[in-house]
Design a protein around this ligand. Structure first.
Ligand SMILES: CC(=O)N[C@H]1[C@@H](OP(=O)(O)OP(=O)(O)OC[C@H]2O[C@@H](n3ccc(=O)[nH]c3=O)[C@H](O)[C@@H]2O)O[C@H](CO)[C@@H](O)[C@@H]1O
Ligand SMILES: C=C(OP(=O)(O)O)C(=O)O
Length: 430
């Protein structure tokens, strides 16, 4: 992926973190909401608590490339979208291939323009990441999907909507964006849709909430069986994006890896699912006080067993961060990655910092405890990046993290927020 510029983080380890940190709005909630806002043929959608991350900047560029008006007010963390002028069905590769969430714009294009042309879909490279549940669902609703090869050799996918009608749809496994895309496609389709094996993630529920406010008729959110009764139009609304549970999880682990204590504004123990229990077993103390989650780690870190799963299981996006944390645990930790087949490149990077990790397919054994030392390491994907920042916070000496655009895809103001808590970290871009 071409970045345009190189982003690096430099971290000097050894400082305990203390203080209060604001958890950003959720990346995986705001991206489908931007897609949803493009379904409103008139009016302006106002999204609040928008995380100022690279994926949101790309989504704004993409919305504009499609003809919508989109203004990101960074200080106010507010995004205003007027999709009345939506005019192009083409998701151009140079923007869309930089983030996975671009595919969440497809339902709006199908309903508003009758077609979508996909030149590329991006996101973190985590092994095979198929979209068959999405395509199969669109097809069952009456769309046709064709693929041809462009002059430059790239595959281009053309979806023609025809007259989308409700039906019985399913996900083979409860896909997060797959569920969101099928709900959005069904929201303006004729008739009723049933989606079986739907995802239960809190971000899916937040997306259902904004769609309901827009006028969509959706039932069964959070149960695995979602019903959608198609309506004729959706109206623009104002909505506040939920807090990012992965950002929260990373700050919990920043407290844990440095032996500090933090107040996380907006973090919810419930949204952490099984990750909260695993962190507690490792030695983290939690105290939920309304919408502020207090965390501290005073005890020795104990080793852990992690199996990633769909919500409320252990989130795959927190798997890399907990691998970094488990390097310091008193004994061997076992990690089984069930969602993505290419998410262990981090092990080699942590190895450069002195960690002892054995990888066998989708299973890893982290032989703790081992002291981490600063090194030059590469963020191969977003969560690899956040894990390396955590490792850097605990390492002796300086850690330089390159390819850190990936980290900026999903975390806002990382260096500023950590510095305020006492960390020594700077971001450099050239
Ligand atoms: C923008 C966004 O919300 N990204 C999140 C979303 O990604 P995303 O929605 O892409 O993840 P999915 O839940 O769809 O993918 C889970 C698994 O299902 C497979 N699959 C998925 C769809 C499909 O049509 N066919 C198929 O085989 C994938 O290859 C993967 O192995 O959920 C992931 C899992 O919680 C998170 O890591 C990502 O941060
Ligand atoms: C895999 C991730 O995101 P995306 O689906 O946007 O690539 C992630 O957030 O770690």
């Amino acid at each position: 992926m071409s970045m345009g510029h190189e982003v690096r983080y430099r971290v000097r380890g050894g400082r305990q973190l203390h203080g209060t940190v604001f958890i950003q709005g959720a990346k995986n909630a705001v991206l489908p909401m931007i897609g949803a806002s493009l379904m409103a043929a008139k009016g302006r959608t106002v999204l609040r608590n928008v995380p100022i991350i690279e994926d949101v900047r790309r989504a704004v560029e993409l919305a504009r490339a499609l003809g919508a008006k989109a203004e990101l007010h960074e200080t106010e963390r507010t995004l205003v979208i007027d999709a009345s002028s939506l005019s192009s069905p083409v998701l151009p590769a140079e923007i869309a291939s930089r983030f996975r969430g671009s595919f969440l714009f497809v339902p709006a294009l199908l309903h508003r323009l009758g077609e979508a042309v996909i030149e590329g879909v991006g996101g973190c490279n985590l092994g095979s990441r198929n979209l068959d549940f999405h395509y199969n669902g669109f097809k069952r609703m009456g769309a046709t999907v064709t693929e041809h090869v462009a002059d430059n050799g790239d595959g281009i996918i053309h979806i023609k909507a025809g007259d989308l009608r409700g039906g019985t749809l399913y996900c083979d496994t409860p896909s997060h964006t797959g569920t969101e895309n099928l709900i959005m496609a069904a929201a303006l389709a004729h008739g009723t849709t049933l989606i079986k094996n739907a995802a239960l993630e809190p971000e899916v529920l937040d997306n259902i909430a904004i769609l309901q406010a827009m006028g969509a008729k959706i039932g069964g959110g959070g149960t695995g069986f979602i019903t959608v009764e198609g309506v004729d139009e959706l109206t623009a609304v104002e909505h506040t994006v939920m807090p990012d549970r992965i950002d929260a999880g990373v700050f919990v682990m920043a407290a844990a890896i440095t032996g500090g204590d933090l107040s996380l504004v907006g973090a919810s123990l419930e949204h952490l699912g099984v990750a909260a229990d695993k962190l507690e077993q490792m030695g983290v103390d939690f105290n939920q006080q309304g919408a502020v989650l207090q965390v501290r780690r005073e005890r020795t870190l104990r080793p852990i067993n992690v199996i990633t799963d769909e919500y409320p299981g252990f989130a795959t996006d927190l798997q890399s961060p907990i691998m970094a944390l488990s390097c310091l645990a008193e004994g061997p930790s076992y990690i089984y990655e069930r969602i993505f087949d290419g998410r262990f490149k981090l092990a080699d990077e942590l190895g450069k910092m002195g960690a002892d990790i054995e990888v066998d397919g989708n299973r890893a054994k982290v032989n703790g405890p081992g002291a981490l030392r600063g090194a030059e390491v590469e963020a191969h994907d977003l969560r690899c990046g956040s894990a390396l920042v955590l490792a850097g916070l605990a390492a002796e000496g300086e850690t330089t993290i390159t390819s850190a655009y990936y980290l900026d895809r999903g975390h806002a103001h990382t260096a500023e927020r950590l510095s305020q808590l006492g960390a020594e970290i700077v971001r450099e871009a050239d």
